[in-house]
Design a protein around this ligand. Structure first.
Ligand code: ZN
Length: 222
């Protein structure tokens, strides 16, 4: 099959990467998913990713990245650490240094194996978390490096790069997958699907974006 129509989506089962999955399905004939298992705080995340992959009838690669926890224990991987927001410009303690560098590198090696030109990731600059490896300039730089390293012409897509959370809901809606994303995905740090626990920082961010989008949609319909 033509390499230009084949894509790999970096997939966590959350709102962002599930929206990216539907974005990719609209553009490419053949889509496969890759999920990284790095002893996430909640194994539930992997289960949700598996369910969505099965439900969408897509090939799903789960790669063991537990070494990440060996190198950089943090609040996403250690159940004995509370999730804390960064204060005064500091990064939140959910930050895993170099995570996207590693994930995108492995996703691209996988893309090479399955003869796919396109790699899609849900990273974005607009969620204010300040992760350096979510920045547009980093992704572009890595894209060049990956192409040089494998003498290839991969394209790393970041459909959410400049969207805020409300716009990400809007994109899911435009792709016809609003309810699917709303009900089936897991964003919550406490492992609760859909609307989540309603208390953790991830739930707050998701709910705020959803409320804003629903408000805007209601206004447009009036
Ligand atoms: Zn939550």
């Amino acid at each position: 099959m033509n390499k230009n129509n084949r894509a790999v989506v970096v997939f966590s089962g959350g709102q962002d990467s599930t929206t990216c999955l539907f974005w990719a399905l609209e553009r490419f004939d053949h889509v496969e998913l890759v999920t990284f298992d790095y002893n996430q705080r909640h194994k539930e995340e992997i289960e949700v990713a598996k369910e969505i992959a099965t439900n969408q009838n897509l090939k799903h690669h789960i790669l063991d990245m537990s070494l990440l926890n060996q190198l950089a224990p943090n609040a996403l991987t250690r159940s004995d650490m509370e999730v804390e927001e960064g204060k005064d410009g500091a990064l939140p303690n959910t930050f895993v240094p170099g995570r996207n560098l590693l994930f995108l590198s492995f996703a691209t090696i996988l893309a090479k194996q399955i003869n796919a030109k396109h790699i899609i990731t849900g990273v974005c600059e607009t969620d204010f978390s300040g992760y350096p490896d979510c920045r547009d300039v980093f992704i572009k730089s890595l894209n060049v490096t990956l192409n040089l390293s494998m003498d290839d012409d991969f394209v790393v897509h970041t459909p959410l790069m400049w969207l805020d959370k409300a716009q990400t809901w809007q994109l899911a809606d435009q792709l016809g997958s609003f309810n699917y994303v709303r009900e089936k995905t897991l964003t919550c740090y406490n492992g609760v699907r859909g609307a989540g626990c309603g208390e953790c920082p991830a739930c707050e961010l998701r709910q705020k974006g959803l409320d804003l989008y629903l408000e805007q949609r209601a206004e447009e319909n009036n």
